[in-house]
Design a protein around this ligand. Structure first.
Ligand code: HEC
Ligand code: HEC
Ligand code: HEC
Length: 440
């Protein structure tokens, strides 16, 4: 029986650790200097774990990441100094790769790769989309900056309201009270408007000039529109100065009273938006990492996100298959009450009163989730569109496999073997659940 190299430690480590490890291995392997011809190996070592070997945004870590890593084959880029719908310039790509994207898993590479390597990666990333061979980026012209002043910021406040930024960002920029709350990106994934009171999270930079460019060119592939044709340059500068003025103090600079008030606001916000809170918790706790099957190359299987079907062999206990967490009434969580669900992921008891092992799913750790957070997770899971995928019940090991595992553990002193299978072991097809998955 093939065994996973990480063995027992895997049980203790949560899914997130796996991603960090994947990325860290990539970093450790970074060669000091590489000729342009070797750039594919620099990409494979540093970028493929998230963006996928073929640039499709489907690397082994992708299922865990929110926002998802860019699919380079589509040629759609968010943070450009070029007009809406246009390709990014090389400078834009150099900036993103060097500085990273705050608030997302996209790292800053400038301290780890040389300028030459980053330049070569820009060319390499462009080869994934045919658009770069056919089209040219169309840079925007920037009007001379308007310095921030009290009067200008007042004008900017009016532009903010005239252009209805508050529909998505909320009247005060904190998203609170935004009417357009259920936003999606071009691939149908849920997306949130930025919290404009947290400028350190802006991915394209937080200076007035950065904000001016962002509002003028929009964020392609997301609902954030481009305002180049809607607003005059002077208005856009005043608006940019106004947005820059919305930034609040970050929590790490607050005193105890300010922190208390901030946490109270966060609590009120979470209670008003349980679905958004639940989505955040499900993303950070890595539920999708186990509850979405991957193929033998570690790629997420299309259409099966949250549909379960990933099979684990836990010597000496047997085989378990991750449950279907989509809202399907027959095969997903549609058949479970809220209490059934909470009992399963916090106490490891299924509706038929059978008990789950405390691994691979670390329900003992989920037991400490507060009631509002448990309810928020349930609220979010109920919004996941149904996928029919019948999940087989756990199976105990046969006597030969049991003895072999005992022998390895007790006589050879090995960590107990864990195998993660590739493919979907459920009824929706796309795999037999037989071959062990690579790299997970
Ligand atoms: C840990 C995961 C991770 C790794 C490793 C990673 N990226 Fe990213 N990358 C992301 C995510 C997530 C996004 C999308 C963020 C968003 O949508 O705002 C992204 C976006 C990008 C973009 C698109 C920027 C835009 O304006 O749309 C480029 C280009 C990029 N990455 C290049 C790279 C390169 C080159 C490497 C390797 C040197 C790399 N990334 C490594 C996660 C990663
Ligand atoms: C239809 C909804 C919508 C409207 C209207 C809208 N935005 Fe956005 N905005 C978004 C979304 C969604 C994002 C986050 C995109 C992402 O996650 O990639 C965003 C992101 C941003 C960012 C963060 C940029 C960064 O670098 O990370 C700024 C700044 C911003 N918007 C300002 C504005 C301003 C100013 C207006 C009005 C002129 C406006 N937005 C109107 C949806 C909207
Ligand atoms: C490390 C892998 C892993 C992670 C992470 C994980 N699960 Fe699971 N989960 C499983 C496996 C495997 C099973 C099936 C166990 C069994 O049948 O004995 C399961 C079963 C369940 C069940 C039982 C459903 C039923 O049919 O009764 C629920 C509910 C559940 N998981 C929810 C979650 C939620 C919510 C999260 C995130 C907070 C999560 N899981 C994270 C692996 C995981």
């Amino acid at each position: 029986m093939p065994t996973s190299p990480s063995g027992a430690r895997w049980f203790a480590a949560c899914a997130l650790v796996a991603v960090v490890a994947t990325v860290a291995t990539g970093l450790a392997r970074t060669p000091p200097a590489t000729p342009a011809t070797g750039i594919s190996s620099v990409y494979d070592a540093n970028c493929a774990s998230c963006h996928g070997k073929d640039g499709r945004g489907d690397g082994p870590a992708a299922g865990l990441l929110d926002p998802a890593p860019r699919d380079f084959t589509r040629g759609v880029y968010k943070f450009r100094s070029t007009s809406s719908g246009s390709l990014p310039g090389d400078d834009d790509l150099v900036r993103v790769i060097s500085a990273g994207l705050p608030g997302t898993s996209m790292p800053a590479w400038k301290s780890r790769l040389t300028g030459a390597q980053i330049g070569a990666l820009v060319s390499y990333v462009k080869t994934f989309s045919p658009r770069f061979a056919k089209e040219r980026p169309t840079p925007i012209t920037m009007a001379p900056p308007v310095a921030a002043s009290a009067g200008g910021i007042d004008k900017g406040r009016k532009v903010y309201s005239d252009l209805a930024c508050g529909a998505c960002h909320g009247d005060t920029g904190s998203r609170s009270g935004a009417v357009a709350a259920a936003l999606e990106d071009e691939r149908g994934r849920a997306i949130r408007a930025a919290d404009l009171t947290q400028p350190w999270m802006f991915r394209g930079g937080a200076t007035a000039a950065d904000i001016y460019i962002r509002v003028k060119t929009g964020i392609d592939g997301t609902p954030m529109p481009a305002f180049a044709d809607t607003a005059k340059d002077a208005d856009l500068w005043n608006l940019a100065n106004y947005v820059a003025s919305l930034g609040r103090k970050p929590t790490w600079k607050m005193n105890a009273d300010e922190l208390k008030a901030q946490y109270e606001r966060d609590r009120t916000e979470a209670a008003a938006n349980p679905g958004a809170r639940g989505r955040y918790l499900v993303a950070t706790l890595g539920c999708a990492h186990c509850h979405s099957p991957v193929d033998a190359d570690g790629r997420e299987m299309p259409g099966l996100t949250f549909a379960g079907g990933q099979k684990f062999r836990l010597a000496v206990w047997g085989d378990v298959v991750a449950a279907n967490l989509t809202s399907d009434n027959e095969t997903g969580i549609g058949r479970l009450s809220d209490d059934d669900l909470k009992r399963a992921f916090t106490r490891g008891i299924k509706r038929d009163e059978t008990r789950m092992l405390p691994f691979p799913m670390g329900w003992p750790a989920f037991a400490s989730l507060s009631d509002p957070d448990q309810n928020a997770i349930v609220a979010y899971l109920r919004t996941i569109p149904p996928v029919t995928n019948v999940i087989p019940a756990p199976v105990r090991l046969n006597i030969a496999a049991y003895l072999s595992a005992k022998f390895q553990m007790l006589i050879l002193g090995r960590d107990y073997p864990l195998v993660i299978f590739a493919g979907n072991a459920g009824s929706a097809g796309n795999g037999t659940g037989r071959a062990p998955a690579a790299g997970r």
